[in-house]
Structures are given as C-alpha cells and as structure tokens.
Design a protein around this ligand. Structure first.
Ligand SMILES: N[C@@H](CCC(=O)N[C@@H](CS)C(=O)NCC(=O)O)C(=O)O
Length: 194
C-alpha cells in the first residue's frame, strides 16, 4: 500500500499509525503547493481533491480523508482503536471532531489571513484543546493505550507549537509522552522533522 503525504502535514498521523500497526507501506511525498509528487506525477489526477493523506490499498482502492484513513488502519489493527462495545463509534466520534473542529480551526494559519484572523484562530484552537485536556485522564485520549486519534492529535499539536498557540498543560505532558514513542520518532525522522 502507499500513503501520499506531505512532511509534517496531517498525513503524519497515517504514517505513525501504519508504523504502530506494523503495516508495510510506501510513502510518496506530495508538494501541496504545486500538486506534484516526488516522482513527478500530477497529484490532482490521483486525488482530485488535492489533499493529503490518501492511502492506496494493496487492491488499488484509494482511501481519502484522514478520518477514513485512520479508521481503516484501526480496523486492521484493533489495538489502535478505542475499546469497549461502543469503541468504533467513539473512535469515529473523536476522529470526526478532530477533523471538523480542531483541524479546520488551524486553516487561517496557512492562508493569507490577517494578524487579527490568526489571533482569533489561535484562540479557537486553544479553546478546543482545553476541551480535549479533560480526555487525557490516563495516558492517552482513550485511556492507557495509544490510538490512531492520538496520532492525529500529535500531528496537530506540532502545528500548535509552531504557531505558538496556547496549549493546556495536560496536553503538553501528553505531547512529550507521545513524542517518545519509537514509531513517532521514526515517522518524524522519515519526514525529515525533529
Ligand atoms: N478533508 C481533508 C483535509 C486534509 C487537509 O487539509 N490536508 C492538508 C494538509 S494537512 C492539505 O493537503 N492541504 C493542501 C491544500 O490545502 O491544497 C481530510 O480530512 O483528510
């Protein structure tokens, strides 16, 4: 299978999760400005939405949208999902919230937004992170074990740090824990990040 990614983008969550799942994959870098891949292919022709991530499965099926990519990985490797009878529902609930509430709140940082708009975006991100801080009751978002939702949140907390957004203390401690995982260190190194 192959993951289309951009260094440090939300696709980092898929790379971390594939490593956590022990799944072999190829990784093809996409320049999200020019929309060309590192091998010179027109990414818009591969994924007309133009976004990373896209995961192409071994049977050729392409999966887009981070929520779907991460849910697929958790289906294949249930240890990366939330446990219990409502586990899958809770995981989708969290991934959807991360995508449609938290991820989207960062958008002004990448566009030609004014300083005031960026300040407002930073506040919106912080308010959402405050809501999440209550979830970190044990080690990770769903308790003692790491899930694909933690991988997604990790990718976004890297952005929050880079944009100097206020991060609640519980999440700072969580970030340090996640950053020490061998799979996370490997994923960061593979994308040329520290
Ligand atoms: N709805 C998509 C959004 C993914 C997304 O925003 N990807 C960003 C990188 S984190 C991207 O590819 N941006 C390229 C662009 O805006 O043209 C998803 O949830 O997977």
């Amino acid at each position: 299978m192959k993951l289309y990614y951009a260094p440090g983008a939300c696709s980092l969550a898929g790379r971390i999760s594939l490593h956590e799942a022990g799944l072999d994959a190829e990784f093809e870098r996409v320049d999200i400005k020019t929309k060309f891949t590192e091998h010179g292919y027109d990414y818009n022709a591969i994924n007309p939405r133009g976004y990373v991530p896209m995961l192409v499965l071994d049977d050729g099926n392409g999966v887009t949208e981070n929520t779907a990519v991460l849910a697929w990985i958790a289906d294949v490797a249930p240890k990366l999902g939330a446990g219990g009878p409502l586990g899958r529902t809770r995981l989708i609930e969290m991934l959807s919230w991360l995508s449609t509430e938290l991820h989207i709140a960062f958008k002004p940082f990448w566009h030609d937004a004014s300083d005031a708009e960026k300040a407002a975006a930073g506040e919106a991100v912080s308010q959402r992170l405050d809501l999440l801080a209550d979830n970190i009751r044990e080690f990770y978002l769903f308790g003692p074990h790491f899930t694909v939702a933690d991988a997604y949140l990790f990718a976004m907390l890297r952005w929050a740090k880079a944009f100097e957004v206020r991060i609640p203390i519980e999440l700072l401690a969580w970030f340090e824990r996640v950053a020490e995982r061998e799979t996370v260190r490997r994923a960061l190194a593979e994308e040329g990040l520290s």
